[in-house]
Write a protein that binds this ligand. Structure first.
Ligand code: RNT
Ligand code: ZN
Length: 423
């Protein structure tokens, strides 16, 4: 153990020198990294199940595949699994909660009746663990969403129900933010759309805009709650038309000063978030990211260290956007150990951020400014093999979490002692 620690330290000191030759201060990068929270999504722990037991299918075009044993069945289990995950992830982070994870003590509380008290346990737990919380109204897995329409539903009664849910969720968000002393980002995503070609594209969008105006009518202190809205290109069952498209929400966010949520799986597969960020941030103050990994479609695979993820982190670092961008994860894989899925995805997000913070950006900018695009390409590629791993190991070690693959031993033990005993 002591020798591992010594080796980590030695490798780090060598790496530090190598980076310094490119004008990169590794200590500064590590300090910056420490200040960037990632919002871990509660729904990876139980396949977007929640605790309401309303008897509705997940729906909304969301699909979780796999039946790996050990999914959390109760709030206590979910919190225990989250605690285990956070203990293997360096840094201080957040939890992103969905409204369907309310705790109602066995009473049926419908979505239009939810209140902060139903999240008392989550808030108390987050406080005791020093975690910030983010929030989401749940516009799916409910009989009133079975038609595939919610806020844009043609029936005013159904719209009213979902508007009330949205209003209540903002209040819950505000109560959370106030209790924890850090603003809660409350993100609206709705599934509304048509499987086949509609003849009226305009009506549903007008209805959605009116519903959103009603949800956002009451101003809320942004120190407590921040409103975000999430677009999508298509979903399962809404292949031809999604009411809340990118153009729709971008326009709404600009006009009404909302956060725009960009989900990596919600665009055409050839589109990438890292090219959108600097455009969107010209016109909206803040962005929420749903970092995900789509394979051929919005498949929500576990986030890994792809070129796309690196590109996103680079844009955040190069643009100096860390104070304007909230990073959240959004994926769900039920075919592997769910705790490992959280840990892998979150560690990869942090690795990408570290890589970006270690980029020899001053040298690269000089080459670009001089029109030396050959030099720029050469250095971008050389930078990939700088000893990033040594800096990452040192970051983990200093944070008291396993460096390298050692965290998997912990997860395997937890699976054996805890997860495998769940039916
Ligand atoms: C769905 C959206 C949305 C959900 C969560 C569970 O396509 O990405 O963010 O994944 O609300
Ligand atoms: Zn999303």
């Amino acid at each position: 153990m002591a020798s591992t620690k010594r080796n980590i330290e030695r490798a780090y000191l060598l790496a530090q020198k190598q980076y310094a030759e490119w004008g990169v201060d590794t200590e500064k990068a590590l300090r910056r990294l420490q200040s960037i929270p990632i919002s871990l999504h509660c729904w990876q722990g139980d396949d977007v199940g929640g605790f309401e037991r309303l008897g509705s299918e997940l729906g909304g075009g969301l699909a979780v595949t796999g039946n790996y044993p050990g999914k959390a069945r109760t709030p206590e289990e979910l919190r225990a699994d989250l605690e285990r995950s956070y203990s293997l992830i360096p840094g201080r982070h957040r939890l992103n909660l969905h409204a369907c994870y309310a705790e109602t003590e066995g009473r049926k509380v419908d979505r239009d009746e939810l209140a902060p008290e139903h999240f008392r346990n989550w808030i108390g737990w987050a406080k005791s663990k020093g975690l910030g919380l983010d929030f989401n109204p749940t516009f799916f897995a409910h009989p009133k969403a079975d038609s595939g329409f919610t806020l844009a539903h043609p029936d005013p009664g159904i719209r009213k129900f979902w508007v009330e849910h949205g209003i209540r969720c903002r209040e819950i968000g505000a109560a959370i933010g106030k209790a924890l002393g850090t603003p809660c980002v409350t993100n609206v995503w709705i599934p509304d759309g048509f499987k086949d070609t509609p003849v009226d594209r305009k009506g549903p969008r007008e209805r959605l805009a009116a519903s959103m105006d009603a949800i956002f009518a009451r101003p809320i202190n942004p120190r407590h709650n921040l409103d975000a809205i999430e677009s999508k290109l298509f979903g399962i069952g809404s292949e031809s038309y999604v009411v809340g498209s990118h153009e729709f929400y971008l326009g709404y966010a600009v006009k009404h000063n909302k956060l725009l949520c960009l989900d990596a799986g919600h665009f055409h597969p050839t589109e990438v978030l890292h090219d959108k960020l600097s455009s969107v941030l010209m016109w909206v103050d803040e962005v929420l990211l749903h970092v995900s990994r789509g394979i051929r479609w919005d498949s929500d695979h576990v986030v890994t260290l792809t070129d796309e993820l690196e590109g996103l982190a680079q844009e955040l670092a190069r643009g100096g956007y860390f104070d304007r961008v909230h990073i959240g994860l959004d994926y769900f894989d039920a075919s592997i150990n769910r705790v490992a899925a959280w840990v892998i995805g979150c560690r990869c997000m942090i690795k990408a951020l570290l890589l970006a913070l270690l980029e020899p950006i001053d040298a690269l900018r000089r080459l670009e400014a001089d029109g030396d695009f050959t030099g720029r390409l050469a250095l971008l590629e050389e930078a990939r093999t700088l000893p990033f791993g040594a800096v990452w190991d040192r970051y983990c070690d200093a944070a008291g979490v396993p460096a390298g693959a050692a965290w998997m031993e912990d997860v395997r033990r937890y699976e054996k002692d805890v997860l495998s005993r769940r039916s």
